[in-house]
Design a protein around this ligand. Structure first.
Ligand code: HEM
Length: 441
C-alpha cells in the first residue's frame, strides 16, 4: 500500500506528493466518509464515494460533469478529437463510430491469435534461466503490446513503435499540469515536453490509415481498417480522415491500461497460495493438458472472480476526475461551477462503508450470492455511464487470454521480500516493476 496519511495534506504537501504518487495523497478520512468536501489552492474539490452520487455524476447528470479541462488538455495534444480527449458533440460522434469497432463481435476473430501470441511469450519465459528473476511487469507489458498490435494493425511490426508512443500519453502529469491555467500557457507547457520523434510516428499512423482507405486494399480488416470504414449509425457518415487518425490514437492510448491488472494478479496470487491453488485447479480442469481455446475463456468463473478482485484492490485507472460545468448539489452539498469532483476507484473500492475488511484479497466477494445487495456503483474499474471504458470487453478478453495461458504453465514467486508499492499517475503500477522467480507447473 502507498503511504496513507492519517490527516489531509496541506495544499503544498499535496502538490508535491501528487506529482510523484497521486495515491499517497489519499488520507484516512476519504476511506471513512462517502462525501468529503475540500479546498486546494482555493479551489473546491469534492471526493464522491457515495454510490448514489457516483450515479448522479457519471450517469444522470454526466453532461454537467465533463473531464477536468487541465487534464483533458494533456491528452488533447496527441489525441485531438479522439474520445479520450474530446467533449460534447465531437465526443458523441466519435463514440458512436468507435464503439462497434472494438466490441466483442469485432474482436472475436482475433482471439485465437491472441492466445497463440500469449503461448509464444510463455515459451520464451519457459526457455529462460529459472534461477534468474524476471520482471513480470516488463513481460506482460511486452505481451500486451503484441496482443494490442494484433488487434490494431493485424500484427504489422511497424505498429509496435506507434503503440509504445501512444501508451505513454499523457506524459506523467506534473503538479503544474493540474493547476487551472489559461489555454495558451497549457499548450506551451505540453508542447515543451513533446518528443521530437513524434511527427515521424504520427506520419506512419496516417500512412497506415491511408493504406486501408485505398481502393484495392487487401490486408487485414483490423481495428484501423474498421475505423477507416465505420459509419456513424445516426448520420451514415464516415469520420473525416484526420479524425480517423485521432480516434485510432485515442483507442490505442486507452488500450495501455490492461497491463496494470496483468501485473497485480501475479503479485496477489503469490501472496495467497490457497487462491492460487484453486485458480490452477480451475485452469487444469477446463484445459486438461492443452492450450486454451477461445470458448474456454468464458468458462472460467473462479478466474474471473480473481480478476475482478485484483481490479478492486488495484484499479488500473485509480481516479476519474470531473469538473462541474454548472452549479449542482450532491449528497446535500452545494457544488459550485468549476469545482473538481473526484470519483476514485482507488478509494471507492477500499471504502470502509462499502466493503467488509476492504484491504483483504478475497475473490469470493464476487460470487453471485455475495454480490447481491452490494450497491451497484461501489465497483467501477471501467467507470460507468456514457463514458464507460469503450475497451472494457476487449480488455477482459485480453486479460483472460494472458492469465489462462501463463497460469496454466507457471507459478510466479516474489523475488524480493521488500514492499511492493503501488503508485498512480494516470494508471496504477508497482513502483520499480515486479521481479518474480518462475516455477514451471
Ligand atoms: C483493465 C483495462 C482497462 C481499464 C481498467 C480501463 C478503465 C477505464 C476508465 C475508468 C475509463 C473512464 C475514464 C474517465 O472517464 O475519466 C476508461 C475510458 C476509456 N478507455 Fe479504458 N480501461 C481499460 C482498457 C482499455 C482498452 C483495452 C481500451 C482500448 C480500446 C480502452 C480505451 C478507453 C477509451 C478510448 C476511453 C475513453 C472513453 C470515452 O471517454 O468515451 N480502455 N477506461
Amino acid at each position: 500500500m502507498p503511504p496513507r496519511p492519517a490527516k489531509r495534506l496541506s495544499t503544498l504537501a499535496l502538490l508535491r506528493t501528487v506529482a510523484t504518487n497521486s495515491l499517497a495523497v489519499c488520507d484516512e478520512e476519504l476511506f471513512d466518509k462517502l462525501f468529503v468536501a475540500r479546498r486546494y489552492v482555493a479551489h473546491p474539490v469534492f471526493f464522491v464515494s457515495d454510490p448514489a452520487a457516483i450515479k448522479e455524476v457519471l450517469i444522470d447528470r454526466f453532461d454537467n460533469y465533463p473531464r477536468v479541462t487541465s487534464i483533458r488538455r494533456l491528452f488533447e495534444t496527441d489525441l485531438r478529437t479522439g474520445t479520450l480527449a474530446s467533449e460534447g458533440e465531437t465526443w458523441r460522434r466519435h463514440r458512436r463510430v468507435a464503439t462497434p469497432t472494438i466490441d466483442p463481435r469485432a474482436i472475436r476473430p482475433d482471439v485465437p491469435a491472441l492466445i497463440a501470441l500469449a503461448e509464444q511469450t510463455a515459451d520464451q519465459i519457459a526457455a529462460a534461466d529459472p534461477s534468474v528473476p524476471i520482471d513480470i511487469e516488463r513481460w506482460v507489458g511486452g505481451l500486451s503490446t503484441l496482443l494490442w498490435n494484433q488487434v490494431v494493425t493485424g500484427g504489422d511490426p511497424a505498429g509496435i513503435p506507434i503503440l509504445r508512443w501512444l501508451s505513454k500519453v499523457p506524459h506523467k502529469p506534473r503538479s503544474i499540469d493540474l493547476i487551472p491555467k489559461p489555454a495558451w500557457l497549457a499548450e506551451r507547457l505540453v508542447h515543451h515536453r513533446r518528443d521530437p520523434a513524434l511527427p515521424l510516428l504520427d506520419a506512419q499512423l496516417h500512412a497506415m490509415i491511408e493504406a486501408r482507405q485505398a481502393e484495392g486494399y487487401a490486408g487485414s480488416q483490423d481495428l484501423l481498417w474498421r475505423l477507416a470504414h465505420a459509419r456513424d449509425r445516426q448520420t451514415g457518415d464516415l469520420l473525416p480522415r484526420d479524425e480517423v487518425r485521432d480516434e485510432a490514437a485515442s483507442l490505442i492510448a486507452g488500450g495501455a491500461a490492461s497491463v496494470r491488472a496483468l501485473t497485480w494478479i501475479w503479485y496477489l496470487l503469490a501472496l495467497h497460495p490457497e487462491v492460487e491453488a484453486r485458480f490452477h485447479a480451475e485452469l487444469d480442469a477446463a484445459m486438461p493438458g492443452r492450450a486454451p481455446e477461445p470458448d474456454d475463456l468464458t468458462r472460467l468463473p473462479y478466474t474471473r472472480r480473481v480478476l475482478d478482485e485484483v481490479m478492486r484492490l488495484y484499479p488500473p485507472i485509480p481516479a476519474i476526475l470531473r469538473q462541474a460545468a454548472a452549479k449542482d448539489e450532491l449528497c446535500g452539498h452545494r457544488v459550485p461551477r468549476g469545482a473538481f469532483v473526484a470519483v476514485m476507484p482507488w478509494i471507492v473500492h477500499r471504502h470502509r462503508k462499502l466493503w467488509t475488511d476492504p484491504d483483504r484479497f478475497d475473490p469470493e466477494r464476487f460470487t453471485e450470492a455475495n454480490s447481491a445487495g452490494r450497491p451497484r456503483f461501489s465497483y467501477i474499474p471501467f467507470a460507468v455511464g456514457p463514458r464507460v471504458c469503450i475497451g472494457a470487453s476487449f480488455a477482459m478478453t485480453q486479460m483472460l487470454s494472458v492469465i489462462a495461458v501463463l497460469g496454466r504453465r507457471f507459478r510466479f514467486r516474489l523475488a524480493s521480500d521488500g514492499p511492493v508499492v503501488p503508485f498512480g499517475g494516470i494508471s496504477l503500477q508497482p513502483k520499480g516493476g515486479l521481479p518474480v522467480r518462475v516455477e514451471r507447473r
